[in-house]
Design a protein around this ligand. Structure first.
Ligand code: FES
Length: 140
């Protein structure tokens, strides 16, 4: 398994699972502890693979589908490995009318990837968003 930092060093998955169990011990039973636990888990693994979701679900006494539903709701969670750098292009209305689709197309062409994909060197992942709350910064 490659380290979450993308540096290419080998990390023992068993060691990461031990670290995850420490996090789950700390957060299980805490009000609102599921989201922070998932965030830390994603930081450890670089994404949230099925075996991690199952472990988190068990720790919080929830079903796998319930935890997977939460993960799919929040865009900052990913069940797929991401690149070292995450590129997110806003396609919200204000940005779209000011040309963000052209920006997105240029990035797709430059990196030879589509939305949701990661470059082969695992340096970049391309995603879109609907609004960052910075609509006033959109430039034509
Ligand atoms: S529409 Fe792009 S930041 Fe709001």
């Amino acid at each position: 398994m490659t380290n979450a930092c993308g540096c290419g060093s080998q990390v023992d998955e068993q060691q990461l699972l031990i670290e995850l169990d420490k996090v789950l011990d700390e957060y299980q039973g805490k009000e609102g502890g599921l989201i922070p636990a998932l965030q830390i888990a994603q930081g450890l693994f670089g994404y949230l693979p099925d075996n991690v979701l199952q472990r988190v679900a068990a720790a919080f006494d929830k079903s796998y589908s319930e935890v997977a539903g939460i993960v799919s709701f929040y865009s900052f969670f990913s069940t797929q490995p991401r690149g070292k750098h995450l590129i997110r292009v806003c396609l919200g209305t204000a940005c779209y009318v000011r040309g963000s689709k052209k920006v997105l197309d240029a990035i797709k062409k430059e990196l030879s990837i589509d939305v949701g994909d990661t470059t082969k060197d695992r340096n970049f992942t391309l995603e879109v968003a609907r609004c960052f709350g910075a609509c006033g910064l959109a430039q034509p």
